[in-house]
Design a protein around this ligand. Structure first.
Ligand code: FEO
Length: 395
């Protein structure tokens, strides 16, 4: 863990987790991640902004020692999730005189998650400031980017927005600042899709809230920093908007080839109509890739055979994921095949209800698809085309 200077008297001292491949036992992190923590030194006082995952707490302490920080006046906790707050108990032990700063909801969560006594935490409200001496920290309450208690901290003099999870990326890199957005686009979008997409409107609101600030550096709590904030702000403006693309996300699973045949046929039918399509075999695909495609897709079609009396479990998993991530998708449908009966379409339709998307008539057939069944897929492709044209030509 290296100490790096962000601007005069502002340092990045967090941890790079090069080898993490599964975050929260839930999210794939093929490129690792980082837990960013920062020190802001004023002429009078010193603040630590966020901590690190407990696996790196000793390294965080070593960095503070390396910097000659023998006392901390403030420990600011922007977010109670343990990847950022986990080392707080140790830091409170090592720096007993430090005032812990958090918003009210965060104080409650820190008590429940880390057993931090409430009376050790000073709560702040939106717009409150602390003066470190030539460095002013302003607290911006930004709920639901990622949890209900999330907060951002803005250092006024240098224009640094410590944005917590917002604008982050699960990426282990030696680069402090993003120099070229092209290689960061995938991890940043993947992070948005998996972490922020369910809170799209909250992310948008948080962006509006800081729009009048002179933000010159964005310092999220995961991944590299931005000294050209427009790179990530422009991307988020698109991702958090209601705009979708002429794109169909087509996650599928097939057992004996019938559903695979339908997926292949529908894929070609969509391409022939000028619609972009991305099929994903659920037995081999990464759910993060599916989530990323869902950021933009106007339509999601889930393809599955019937297993016993309902959808294949892989399709259930995909439908659950998509309904939880709440992409801005406007249309959904189901295709697949069955042998003798079941309630697959009904089951998936109910699962996809949280998307508030229009259900296009499913194409669910018995056995291997016949010519008539393939014609129904052509009709489905025609319907999707018409829906997309109507949607995308709206003023
Ligand atoms: Fe990176 Fe919501 O914690």
């Amino acid at each position: 863990m290296a100490v790096r200077t962000i601007s005069p008297d502002v340092y990045s001292i967090g941890a790079v987790d090069w080898n993490l491949r599964l975050f929260d036992a839930l999210i794939g992190t093929p490129e690792g991640t980082s837990y960013n923590a920062f020190v802001v030194r004023g002429t009078e006082r010193t603040a630590l902004i966020d901590t690190v995952d407990t696996r790196f707490e000793e390294a965080l302490l070593k960095n503070l020692m390396k910097m000659g920080v023998s006392s901390l006046d403030y420990i600011v906790i922007n977010h109670a999730e343990q990847d950022h707050s986990g080392s707080l108990p140790l830091l409170m032990e090592m720096f007993p005189q430090a005032t812990v700063i958090a918003d009210e909801k965060c104080r409650d969560l820190l008590g429940r998650l880390l057993d931090v006594p409430e009376d050790r935490i000073t709560t702040v409200k939106d717009g409150d400031t602390i003066d470190l001496g030539g460095k002013t920290l302003e607290f911006i309450i930004a709920p639901w980017v990622h949890w209900p208690e999330t907060m951002m901290t803005y250092e006024r003099e240098d224009g640094i927005l410590f944005s917590c999870d917002l604008f982050g990326a699960h990426l282990a890199t030696s680069e402090l600042f993003v120099r070229d957005f092209a290689p960061i686009t995938r991890p940043a979008k993947r992070y948005f899709a998996e972490i922020m997409m369910p809170f799209r409107s909250s992310a948008h609101a948080a962006m509006q809230k800081v729009a009048d600030r002179d933000v010159r550096i964005i310092a999220p709590s995961h991944g590299p920093l931005y000294d050209d904030p427009s790179l990530i702000l422009d991307a988020y403006a698109e991702w958090t908007s209601d705009t979708v693309k002429n794109l169909v996300l087509l996650p599928y699973v097939s057992m004996h080839g019938s559903t695979a045949k339908m997926v292949s046929y529908l894929t070609d039918a969509l391409i022939e109509r000028g619609i972009e399509v991305q099929p994903y075999d659920l037995t081999t695909s990464d759910l993060g890739d599916i989530a990323m495609t869902a950021v933009d897709a106007a339509t999601i079609v889930i393809a599955t055979p019937t297993v016993l009396f309902g959808p294949h479990p892989a399709a259930v998993n995909a439908a659950y994921l998509l309904s939880a991530l709440k992409p801005k998708t406007k249309f959904v449908s189901v295709i697949g095949s069955f042998g003798w009966g079941g309630k697959t379409v009904q089951h998936l339709t109910e699962m996809l209800t949280p998307l508030n998307a229009e259900m296009i008539d499913p194409v669910y057939v018995r056995g291997y698809p016949t010519a008539e069944d393939l014609a129904a897929l052509n009709a489905l492709a025609d319907t999707i085309l018409k829906k997309h044209e109507d949607l995308l030509t709206q003023p």
